[in-house]
Design a protein around this ligand. Structure first.
Ligand SMILES: [Zn+2]
Length: 106
């Protein structure tokens, strides 16, 4: 019995270059470009340092306040612990909130 010929598999993808308008200046840029040659806008993955710091600070303030408001626990140990946990949650929130690729003007 003859075995069926092996499937050749999907065709090799061609290196196709398409162009997209820059969201900042409208210049045509390659879809693989990480930087707009016309205006200097950069494709950014994940949160910026500022966004991470802002969310960490907000968490470090909000969580101790929330714990204090609910439990009334104002001990330095809990303050430090909730501050650290709030900052960590803030960083996580920033990572999730700004997880997609964006074009930022630097
Ligand atoms: Zn541009």
């Amino acid at each position: 019995m003859r075995l069926p010929a092996k499937h050749p598999g999907p065709p090799q993808p061609r290196a196709e270059i398409s162009f997209l308008p820059c969201p900042h200046c409208g210049a045509e840029i390659r879809n693989t470009a990480l930087r707009c040659p016309a205006c200097g806008a950069e494709k950014h993955f994940g949160p910026t340092l500022y966004e991470t710091a802002f969310c960490a600070l907000a968490g470090a303030l909000a969580l101790p306040l929330a714990v204090w408001a609910v439990t009334g626990a104002a001990h330095w140990f809990w303050l430090g612990l909730t501050c650290a946990a709030g900052a960590a949650l803030g960083v996580l929130a920033a990572l999730f909130r700004f997880s997609s690729a964006r074009w930022l003007k630097t």
